[in-house]
Design a protein around this ligand. Structure first.
Ligand SMILES: O=P(O)(O)OC[C@H]1O[C@H](O[C@H]2O[C@H](CO)[C@@H](O)[C@H](O)[C@H]2O)[C@H](O)[C@@H](O)[C@@H]1O
Length: 377
């Protein structure tokens, strides 16, 4: 896999680098920076786009978003055609699948479109490669999943794009042959064989210790709350917090953010994600990687992105626009999405990856046989 620009850290490397767009990030990609944006030596400071009224987590919708962020997964019947009694949620899921068919059932369709094209695989980590668990430090992927990803990467350039820091997700996946984009795509590294350095030394620390410490200190008394630092982002988990305390934790984060106008909040699965106010997300990371790989010509390339969370929607949107590729949402409940297809859970993700490998192996063999035939005759 050739990466034109090695050792990349597209958004938050050296301010001088950003200004000169050396890494291909045009200043127009930073709309929030139009007026008054500035970089200090260790902190990105960009004014909030529209300083909205952020006074009450009930009235601004935070609490509703928190409640709906990660519905409990439900065992769904594999085949919606079976004649057994379905409850309302099964019926809802089956009818949702008419719009977002299973990527496994649509495998032929996907590979037909991939024929004579270069595929590129983008994978989210939590909820896609590893099942959602209560303790974020124990979200391990299985060995079987790891080897499925490794096999896919032998045939298809593969990138992991995660909300976690790049180092953490690299530690969890542990495969050197992949691209890694951490902090929701803000920190990108190409395969280790191409570039050893990860650029950590001159990265701007978005979640300077002050923000992180404040989040930790102020949520310390809330049983079950956990704060993770991801270099450019921070996550405040409430999965293990009693629901009656969700408004308290939301209010705390909300009040802290008032003092840091360069930060904003997004909602993940039972997690409040604090990140910089810049126009960069997993969708931009996908575009950046495709461009860096010299694969942004949509006629010859079929990018596929598999993810389960709200932050993955930015990538689904990029692929849907202009019909560039396929987003695949991992969900066992109906969800509003810009994806094309769906997979129920991580085990179906693994099945899908293995099917791709088998297909690639078979097409390799076929090519080989055809070549030999020609040589014989
Ligand atoms: O973009 P992702 O790789 O999906 O990262 C998003 C968040 O994932 C992790 O949290 C989620 O998974 C945890 C482990 O299963 C779970 O306990 C938590 O409730 C989920 O939100 C990660 O810990 C977060 O920092 C990421 O923001």
């Amino acid at each position: 896999m050739d990466l034109k620009s090695t050792n990349v850290s597209p958004v938050l490397t050296d301010p001088a680098v950003i200004n000169k767009s050396r890494l291909g990030i045009h200043s127009s990609l930073l709309p929030y920076a139009q007026s008054g944006a500035s970089f200090s030596s260790d902190m990105l400071t960009i004014p909030r786009k529209k300083p909205g009224k952020l006074d009450d987590v009930r009235s601004n919708g935070w609490l509703d978003a928190m409640k709906s962020s990660s519905p409990p997964s439900k065992k769904i019947l594999k085949n919606c055609n079976v004649e057994v009694a379905l409850d309302d949620s099964d019926v809802a899921y089956c009818s949702w699948m008419l719009s977002y068919p299973s990527a496994l059932n649509s495998f032929e369709k996907i590979i037909n479109r991939a024929r004579n094209k270069k595929m590129v695989m983008f994978l989210d980590y939590d909820g896609t490669l590893s099942p959602i668990v209560d303790d974020p430090d124990r979200a391990f992927m299985s060995d079987e999943m790891r080897s499925a990803v490794m096999d896919v990467a032998k045939y298809i350039p593969t990138a992991i794009i995660s909300g976690r820091s790049r180092d953490k997700v690299y530690d969890l996946v542990g495969l050197t042959e992949l691209y890694y984009a951490g902090s929701h795509g803000m920190d990108i590294m190409c395969p280790v064989k191409d570039s050893v350095s990860a650029n950590a030394s001159n990265c701007i620390k978005f979640t300077d210790q002050q923000v992180f410490r404040t989040l930790v200190d102020k949520t310390n008394d809330i049983k079950g709350a956990k704060v993770e630092s991801h270099k450019f982002c921070a996550s405040v988990h409430y999965r293990n917090v009693d629901e009656k305390n969700w408004s308290t934790i939301a209010q705390i984060v909300h009040d802290i953010l008032k003092d840091f106008p360069h930060l904003r909040l997004t909602h993940g699965r039972k997690v409040l994600e604090v990140r910089p106010v810049i126009d960069w997300n997993k969708g931009k990371a996908v575009e950046f990687l495709l461009e860096s790989l010299g694969l942004c010509n949509s006629d010859d390339v079929l990018p596929i992105y598999i993810g389960d969370d709200t932050s993955d929607e930015d990538a689904f949107k990029v692929l849907r626009e202009g019909n560039r590729g396929y987003g695949i949402l991992v969900s066992s409940v109906p969800k509003d999405t810009k994806a094309f297809f769906s997979l129920r859970d991580t085990s179906e993700v693994k099945q899908f990856l293995k099917s791709l490998v088998r297909w690639k192996e078979r097409s390799g063999l076929l090519k080989c046989n055809t070549k030999n035939d020609k040589e014989e005759y």
